[in-house]
Design a protein around this ligand. Structure first.
Ligand SMILES: NC(=O)c1ccc[n+]([C@@H]2O[C@H](COP(=O)([O-])OP(=O)(O)OC[C@H]3O[C@@H](n4cnc5c(N)ncnc54)[C@H](OP(=O)(O)O)[C@@H]3O)[C@@H](O)[C@H]2O)c1
Length: 407
């Protein structure tokens, strides 16, 4: 009989419970693949188990409690005790990644976290291993299934944000308190982790600029459809001007974009590099079984002795002003000269218009346009000027657009 590997399970909720079941079900397969027979050394919840005792009995620790406290202390203790750790905890990694990686390195043990980003999609492994020495330019995608479900539903039904959010909660795609999903905080934590891995540089969570989907109006989605655009909450981490930019924002995509057909609670991540052109992976972004499956994959990698590329190579500055293309929605008085005033303000800021649509609404007009890529600071200046025009009937609404055409 092969040697047993004892796994200490911290947290036995949605993912922890599914992991315990999957481990029991796939123990034979794990043994066949790694030569080690996995067994649970004990499980810790709020009402059962003692961390110290479980740690003492474990060869490897799986942290599925979530949050930073007490998860951080438990993971640090396990690493310092020389036990490899697998976690699905994005907040822990995004907020304390540098500390945890340093302790893991010092102790010479692995810290694996595939399930912390994009659920079952093996993006962490792909960046760390397959692209471990590739000069990555950009990692971006849909890393929050709740918001993708909401935006897909708003587009297909025309319903308002609040109505669709309530439906998402009923279906279990959104939590009772959906704030971290809809305000972009969840996606920001995932992008901080991905940016760190892709660019081998420390990335602080508060350096990730984020914008959520709470202000999106159904008519923005409807008008944009006329330009062939669909709306996604995107996380983007890219090299820009000698530094990096890591951001989360709602964004329109043209129909040919690989992320455009990703609907519902799915996630998808793209990696771009000169050596690989572009790679796209998509799949379920959450779910107990799916996440547990990613966790078990990490356990198997550790038992198989695989070691990811996991180093800091340089400290890259965060670039704050980047260029983007924008969709702009304006309600203005239907009078001569209004369009000319708007065009002048855009022109003064070196912004050129790609497409325009005008619709009458009584004595007013709705003006919807897409402008070509420009510096975001210049767009903000133009928008301030437009907002001050006497002919403007409501606050201007702007949403970023990815202009890039894919064939
Ligand atoms: N759910 C998903 O689809 C999903 C997807 C990707 C990543 N994740 C990540 O996976 C992790 C677990 O998520 P989950 O959805 O499984 O959470 P969950 O259902 O709330 O389960 C949390 C577990 O941790 C235990 N726990 C909480 N506080 C504790 C404490 N102070 N001491 C000991 N045990 C404690 C809970 O104990 P009780 O049983 O006593 O309450 C419960 O067993 C999180 O980091 C989450 O971000 C989840």
């Amino acid at each position: 009989m092969s040697e047993a590997v004892r796994i200490g399970l911290l947290g036995r909720g949605t993912v922890g419970g599914a992991f315990a079941d999957l481990l029991a079900e796939r123990a034979g397969a794990v043994e066949a693949a790694t030569g080690r027979r996995p067994e649970l050394a004990g499980a810790l919840t709020r009402s059962e188990g003692d961390f110290g005792e479980i740690l003492g009995r474990s060869d490897l620790v799986v942290e599925l409690i979530g949050g930073t406290d007490p998860a951080r202390e438990y993971v640090l203790d396990a690493l310092r005790a020389g036990k490899p750790v697998v976690t699905a905890n994005k907040q822990l990694l995004a907020q304390h990644g540098e500390e945890l990686f340093a302790v893991a390195r010092e102790a010479g043990v692995q810290l694996r976290f595939e399930a912390a980003v994009a659920g079952v999609i093996p993006i962490v492994r792909t960046i760390q291993e397959s692209f471990g020495v590739t000069e990555i330019d950009k990692v971006f995608g849909i890393v929050n299934g709740t918001t993708n479900f909401i935006l897909s539903e708003m587009a297909s039904t025309g319903a308002a944000y609040e109505e669709v959010l309530a439906r998402a909660q009923q279906l279990g795609y959104a939590e009772a308190d959906p704030s971290d999903d809809v305000n972009g905080a969840d996606a920001a934590a995932k992008m901080a982790i991905l940016a760190r891995l892709a660019f081998h540089t420390p990335v602080a969570l508060d350096e990730v600029v984020r914008e959520g989907i709470e202000a999106i109006q159904p008519d923005d989605i409807a008008y944009a459809k006329e330009f062939g655009l669909s709306l996604k909450l995107l996380g983007v981490a890219e090299r820009r001007d000698g530094g990096i930019s890591v951001r989360v924002f709602p964004c329109f995509l043209y129909g040919g974009h690989p992320l455009s057909p990703v609907e519902g609670p799915f996630n998808a991540v793209m990696v771009e590099a000169p050596a690989i052109t572009e790679v796209t992976m998509s799949g379920p972004g959450a779910g107990g079984v799916e996440t547990a499956s990613a966790v078990l994959g990490d356990v198997v990698s550790i038992l198989a002795g695989e070691s990811p590329v996991h180093d800091t190579r340089e400290v890259l500055p965060v670039v704050s002003d980047v260029s983007s293309s924008f969709y702009l929605h304006l309600e203005v008085a239907d009078e001569p000269g209004v369009l000319a005033s708007i065009a002048r303000l855009l022109g003064e800021n070196e912004i050129s218009v790609k497409s325009v649509l005008q619709r009458g609404i009584g004595d007013d007009a709705r003006l919807v346009m897409v402008v070509h890529e420009c510096l975001e600071s210049r767009f903000a200046t133009a928008l301030e000027g437009i907002a001050e025009l006497d002919e403007l009937r409501s606050s201007p609404r702007a949403i970023r657009v990815i202009e890039e055409e894919f064939v």
